[in-house]
Design a protein around this ligand. Structure first.
Ligand code: FAD
Length: 443
């Protein structure tokens, strides 16, 4: 009987295991997960912390017992420390018994995800956290419940940082964000990000161009964050300054990786080492606009890569075409989204591009609650093929990004998008939809 080992039991790993089981009822499938939890939605954690999602359990898609019913064995608190791809075994350490053992495999799936980067100023203290795992959310939740937290300092103005801005604001905390770049949300162009900052500035203190130098602690608790410009008092500090793929335990196997440690895979999720595959946050993806492998940390990608990998190991021949980094964010009453490349990226890649920005209504202005959204479109200068888009608005804005994602994937031009037969009725859109008002301006 074929034995397939999966390392990592969240989106990438469990999608692969589940899809494989659907297609192959014979294979032995063993999942080693170093944490205490399996198959949960990290994406829901900010909403659990804010109380919008009441029960943490509702973030768990399937339990160990439910996987057992499908004949998938999940071993929690089992960390794979080493892989020997020549003799085809892994060394697993059981953190409960403190014992290690060698377990052989026929095929090995690496779905170890990525961890929150620990910057040099990070110290051990009771009130400093990163939000990456379900356990992190448990710890933050407990601290918020048990301690008197008024001032929250969020270090890092990326997606997770901004979701936590909403969380902490909803909880009635006084929120500051420290960002070393010249604007939050560095994956967006400046004009979009600064507009977001402007919209939120009455409720949230943004400190951009500030570099954290020290977390000042008193009796195991941080009391303030010192930057190159200021000292910010803090009852709770959350540090989310990026992620790093969990691949260092593989170093001796000659697996090709990107500079940041993301495992290089092809469109079948195969690595350069036979019988070794990868999916999710620990792996690369092929960028359809940049035409090169990149690293994104997105649940959408992890699920798709895992599913393709499971299908291929189950005997099918599936290919994952690639990604364009489509992502979406809610922060307080703002919706923000992007797909494809930004103007910043187009410049860095020396592309011949043009960009347009429009303010357009979400639906007909005479219908109640109409609000405007900001839409930015990047397209190739000569061909007018759409390369990227960003949207920011208050209502019915962000999911419009999917129209752009579809257009970019299909390599539509701005003219083709303008003439696309999109829907209209006054409660939903204007007669030329916001996305088409942008593409029209580019035509
Ligand atoms: P992970 O979820 O990181 O799982 C990897 C698992 O492998 C971990 O449980 C880890 O313990 C285990 N592991 C690591 N090393 C070993 C080892 N050596 N041995 C055994 N086990 C090991 N994405 C979106 O698309 N939309 C969102 O809205 C969104 N929101 C997010 C909000 C937050 C707060 C966070 C943290 C992430 C969010 N993401 C979102 C990203 C998304 O959660 C990740 O892309 C997704 O979880 C990646 O799945 P994965 O299986 O590749 O990795």
């Amino acid at each position: 009987m074929k034995r397939i080992i999966v390392i990592g039991g969240v989106a990438g790993g469990m999608s692969a295991a589940s899809q494989l089981r659907r297609l192959d009822q014979e294979a032995e499938i063993i999942v080693f997960e170093k944490g205490r939890d399996v198959s949960y939605s990290a994406c829901g954690m900010p909403y659990y912390l804010s109380g919008v999602v009441k029960e943490q359990e509702s973030l768990i898609a399937r339990t160990v017992d439910e996987f057992k019913e499908r004949d998938i064995t999940v071993q929690l608190q089992h960390e794979v420390k080493e892989v020997n791809h020549i003799k085809k075994y892994v060394v697993v350490h059981n953190h409960q018994t403190n014992e290690s053992q060698e377990v052989s495999y026929d095929e090995l799936i690496i779905a170890t995800g990525a961890s929150a980067v620990k910057p040099p100023f990070m110290i051990d203290a009771q009130n400093v956290f990163s939000l990456k795992t379900l356990e992190d959310s448990t710890n933050i939740h407990r601290y918020l419940k048990e301690e008197n937290v008024q001032k929250v300092v969020i270090i890092g103005g990326g997606y997770i940082g901004m979701e936590l801005v909403e969380t902490m604001h909803l909880l009635g905390k006084q929120v500051s964000v420290i960002e070393r770049g010249n604007h939050i949300l560095s994956m967006f162009d400046e004009e979009i990000a600064t507009r977001i900052q402007g919209e939120l500035k009455n409720d949230i203190a943004f400190h951009v161009n500030e570099e954290v130098e020290e977390l000042i602690a008193d009796r195991e608790k941080i009391t303030a964050v010192r930057t190159n410009k200021n000292t910010h008092e803090a009852d709770l500090v959350i540090v989310n300054v990026g992620v790093k793929p969990n691949t260092s335990f593989l170093e001796r196997n000659g697996i090709r990786m990107l500079e940041n440690g993301a495992i290089l895979i092809n469109d079948k999720m195969e690595t350069n080492v036979p019988h070794l595959y990868a999916a999710g946050d620990c792996a690369s993806s092929y960028h359809l606009v940049l035409k090169k492998p990149v690293h994104f940390s997105l649940g959408t990608i992890a699920n798709k890569q895992g599913r393709i990998l499971g299908a291929n190991l189950g005997g099918e021949d599936k290919h994952f075409p690639g990604v364009i980094g489509t992502s979406i964010l809610k922060v307080m009453d703002l919706e923000v989204a992007k797909t494809g490349i930004t103007e910043k990226e187009a410049k860095a890649e020396n592309l011949q591009y043009k960009a347009v920005t429009v303010d357009a209504y979400n639906h007909t202005p005479y219908y109640p609650d109409a609000t405007k959204m900001l839409v930015k479109l990047i397209y190739e200068k000569d061909t007018h093929i759409i390369l990227g888009a960003q949207i920011m608005g208050k209502s019915e804005a962000a999911k419009r990004i999917d129209v752009f994602a579809t257009a970019i994937t299909a390599r539509l031009t701005t003219e083709q998008l303008t003439m696309l037969d999109l829907s209209y009725a006054p409660p939903f859109a204007t007669v030329w939809d916001a996305v088409q008002i942008a593409s029209q301006k580019a035509t």
